[in-house]
Ligand binder design. Structure first.
Ligand SMILES: NC(=O)c1ccc[n+]([C@@H]2O[C@H](COP(=O)([O-])OP(=O)(O)OC[C@H]3O[C@@H](n4cnc5c(N)ncnc54)[C@H](OP(=O)(O)O)[C@@H]3O)[C@@H](O)[C@H]2O)c1
Length: 273
């Protein structure tokens, strides 16, 4: 129970901050009284207090002082000035977790005056529903205990994998941007069915459930997707005819190019900052 007795501060109570705090409460990992959310938007704070019963404050430093673990859930352009503002209140016994896209562990660590444990996470939007895919990387001052705490927080919002920071651009291009790829794939299949006369709403539900079911088959059986595909492909049958059409369009090469293009863009944006 890495989060037992831990007080958690969340700086930024926007979409992601709310998703992570909601996950912790839903899983019963932290009590509302042990959660502190700070934000510059008073309306947002009042909404979170009313909905989730968490402590709220407009003072980031007050949230830091109260917390053992600090989640930095503000936009990337805000995070460095914010860290400089709160750095004097940071303690080496705390764990700082950043979800800001493109801000490196080195950039985060350099804002502090002492060696503060920092963990960087790339989550994705389905965290909002507890079905996120997050990858985490630890800074040089973070120990096993810090990492376990970060994993526990993101496991409450979906699945988590630990990777070296050098692979976080790849993760951004895979699961970070991934929901958009899946929406485009679903849209294509929906249009394909509508073209043949299926009502759009029926097609939408069937396609989304098919994607969900296939994802569960991969996760729950632990089988290679190729093997699962072979299991539903009768020689000379309908699925093979559909798969051949996809292969004629080089579907797998396109997907590999999409991950590479998004990863490269993530790397460029990180350098630009
Ligand atoms: N949303 C996603 O799917 C997603 C996915 C992966 C990673 N991320 C990362 O998650 C982080 C948060 O994204 P988000 O979508 O949750 O953003 P968001 O909804 O805009 O939430 C950020 C919140 O922080 C507040 N804020 C701004 N400056 C602040 C300050 N100095 N101190 C305290 N609070 C401040 C904002 O208030 P105002 O609105 O008034 O400015 C807003 O309420 C970003 O770094 C993003 O890169 C998001």
């Amino acid at each position: 129970m890495p989060l037992k007795g831990q007080k958690i501060g969340c700086l930024g109570g926007g979409a992601m901050g709310e998703a992570l705090v909601t996950g912790l409460l839903r899983e019963g990992l932290v009590a509302p009284a042990d959660l502190y959310v700070s934000d510059i938007n008073q309306e947002r704070l009042e909404y979170l207090n009313k909905k989730l019963g968490v402590n709220i404050t407009a003072d980031n430093t007050a949230a830091i002082k109260a917390a053992d673990i600090v989640i930095l859930a503000v936009k990337p352009q805000v995070i460095i000035p914010l860290l400089k503002e709160i750095a004097p209140a940071a303690r080496m016994s705390q764990t700082f977790i950043s979800i800001a896209a493109g801000i490196t562990i080195e950039q985060l660590q350099s804002c502090f005056e002492s060696p503060i444990p920092v963990v960087r996470v790339i989550p994705n939007t389905p965290c909002l529903l507890g079905e996120g895919a997050s990858a985490i990387s630890a800074g040089k001052y973070a120990c096993e205990e810090n990492i376990k705490k970060a994993v526990a927080i993101f496991a409450a919002a979906g699945k988590v994998a630990a990777v070296p920071e050098t692979l976080l651009d790849c993760v951004t291009g895979l699961s970070g941007s991934g929901p958009a790829y899946m929406y485009v794939i679903m849209e294509g299949f929906i249009d394909g069915a509508v073209r043949l006369g299926l009502p759009r709403d029926t097609a939408r539900v069937l396609v989304a459930q098919t994607m969900l079911g296939a994802a569960k088959m991969v996760l729950e059986t632990g089988e290679h997707p190729g093997k699962l595909k072979d299991m539903v492909t009768t020689p000379g049958g309908t699925t093979m005819a559909g798969l051949f059409a996809l292969e004629e369009g080089s579907v797998r090469a396109l997907m590999m190019k999409a991950v590479a293009a998004a990863a490269e863009r993530s790397r460029e944006m990180s350098i630009i900052k």
